[in-house]
Design a protein around this ligand. Structure first.
Ligand code: ALA
Length: 560
């Protein structure tokens, strides 16, 4: 299945997609919803928790996680005939510990597959705690693997995974390590965690995570992930820009690449939530690269597109101007922040948590930078209090996110259906005028009006808005038929449909076309519903155009 977006769409309890299983959380509860009992993905994962370790041998902000997943296993599934046999790859049957562990071992060690030396591999399993039982089953299965010599029990910190966010499936893990480096994590989801309580799950499932970059290190006998051919070219670009320190080189390569992937998935740099993380990645890179930033970031975008453009075509849509805006925006903030901290230093004041938080809140000054500047000026900073302020603020903004989420659920009255179709025409009219780099970044429809967000580095002129409005109304007047067709993502992409990469589940996608089928005017991935003929829409009037964050514009329009 295709990977999900880096920002999960229906899970306000997390900022980013940190693991392959996240888009499948509900399938562990309700396996019948899953398109298959066995699924594999390659999931770009974004881990803010690892940012401080970036630059060492094995941690990255963004990495690709290889995963195989299964849902809906029950003990009765393991009929007497199946326990001893390898699962049949063609059958749509769930599996559990025995099969998962054996397949992992075979894949890691067999000459047919990775062919790793068994002597360098070790395994760990969950030793249990007061509440959760020791995973004896996995231990027994590990003991049957030929050539595996080191098996160790470990505690919950090491060998228990999940849930992501506040609640969800979770369970004991079996990990394989190569020369001490974790390369393979099997999570046996047998519990559901909610309200401080682990409930056994009715259906059990497996969630695997294997870091692509780490596997490359081992297979190609490298020292660390930054030497792999998916990162080394980026590190070289940074080195050529004159940055000498090798850890700094790696940090900039990692951060800008992660920012590019996030932006490609619609996360624009901003002052809150995921957008703020992206902003921090860019700002930390700017602190390191100084005056070279603009030129260097342009080269890194180019380099990232060269490496990833064919596998992740949407990275090609990332516009340099979004990052340029960040660089330009940062200069005055940096000067202002330095001045404020200088004045604190001059009066001999130390920085309280509240002062640091205000600097962050009102000037977008990340704590890392405040720390860096405080250190240069030899004044103290109360970081603990900063984080307390930060946490209490986060609770408030989380409540905000949930509120927004509820408000965003669209109804499907007739008038809203008309707005939906009008949104397709609007996107196409914008693309006609401004080019194919324009993508929809969100929309909100009520019976009274529509709000439409799209990627665009600058404001539109009045003439341009008039032209877009006229184009939409022209297409309405033409009375074009609206059709819907189901096809695979690949077919849709080939036909030039817009918005494909946002699709998360399953093979087939719904494509709505507006216009005559040999030469449709608009062709867009969408769940519907839509009118049957554009005549039904009425007339569109653009009321306002404004900014909706860096690199995003918002149009408000009404139908008459
Ligand atoms: N979800 C598991 C992990 O992230 C596989 O390690």
């Amino acid at each position: 299945m295709p990977p999900s977006l880096l920002v999960p769409e229906n899970d306000p309890s997390v900022l980013f997609t940190t693991a392959g299983m996240q888009q499948f959380k509900r399938f562990y509860l309700k396996p019948d919803l899953a398109p298959a009992k066995k699924v594999i993905t390659i999931q770009p994962c974004f881990r803010t928790s690892d940012i401080d370790e970036v630059g060492d041998k094995s941690h990255l902000t963004l990495f690709e996680m290889l995963g195989n997943f299964t849902f809906g296993f029950t003990e009765s599934e393991r009929g007497s005939t199946r326990i001893a046999t390898r699962i049949d790859a063609d059958k749509n049957q769930p599996y559990f510990k025995k099969e998962a562990i054996e397949m992992a071992w075979e894949f890691l060690t067999d000459e047919k597959w990775l062919g790793l030396d068994k002597k360098n591999l070790s395994a760990t399993f969950f030793e249990g705690n007061g509440v959760l039982t020791r995973d004896d089953q996995s231990e027994e299965i590990l003991k049957t693997l030929t050539g595996l010599e080191k098996i160790e029990a470990q505690d919950q910190d090491e060998n228990f995974w999940g849930p992501t966010g506040l609640e969800g499936p979770c369970g004991p893990t079996v990990e394989f390590h190569y020369d001490g480096l974790e390369v393979w994590n099997l999570v046996f989801n047998e519990y559901y965690f909610a309200e401080n309580n682990y409930q056994p799950l009715e259906y059990k499932g497996v969630d695997t995570g294997a870091g692509l970059e780490r596997l490359l290190v081992i297979i190609n006998k490298l020292d660390d992930v930054y030497q792999t051919d998916i990162l080394n070219p980026l590190v070289n670009i940074v080195a050529q820009s004159g940055i000498k320190n090798s850890r700094d080189q790696r940090i900039v390569a990692d951060h800008i690449k992660a920012a590019i992937f996030a932006i490609a998935d619609g996360v624009m740099p901003s002052n809150k939530d995921a957008g703020y993380v992206v902003r921090r990645l860019i700002r930390r890179s700017m602190i390191i690269s100084g005056d070279a930033s603009l030129d260097l970031f342009a080269k890194l975008i180019q380099g990232t597109i060269e490496i990833y453009g064919s596998d992740y075509p949407h990275v090609k849509t990332v516009d340099l101007s979004i990052i340029n805006n960040e660089v330009n925006r940062w200069q005055p903030i940096k000067i202002k922040g330095e001045k404020i901290i200088d004045s604190w230093a001059a009066s001999g004041e130390n920085i309280t948590g509240k002062m640091a938080f205000d600097l962050y809140q009102s000037h977008g000054f990340p704590i890392e930078l405040t720390k860096e500047l405080a250190r240069q000026r030899q004044i103290e900073i109360n970081e603990e209090d900063f984080w307390k302020e930060f946490e209490s603020h986060k609770e408030i903004s989380r409540a905000g996110v949930e509120g927004k989420f509820k408000g965003g659920l669209a109804g499907h009255s007739e008038i809203e259906t008309r707005y939906h179709t009008a949104a397709h025409l609007l996107l196409q009219a914008l693309r006609d005028l401004l080019g194919e780099k324009i993508f929809q970044r969100g929309s909100n429809i009520t019976p009274e009006r529509m709000r439409f967000d799209f990627s665009c580095p600058r404001a539109l002129t009045e003439e341009e808005l008039a032209e877009v409005e006229a184009k939409v109304n022209e297409k309405i007047t033409e009375g074009l038929p609206v059709g819907c067709e189901e096809m695979t993502q690949a077919e849709a992409q080939k036909k030039g449909a817009v918005g494909i990469f946002k699709e998360r589940y399953g093979e087939k996608v719904k494509i709505y076309t507006i216009g005559h089928c040999d030469k449709p005017y608009s062709m867009e991935f969408c769940g519907g519903p839509h009118v049957e003929n554009t005549k039904e829409i009425g007339q569109l009037k653009i009321i306002k155009e404004q900014s909706a964050g860096a690199g995003i514009r918002r149009i408000r329009a009404v139908l008459k």
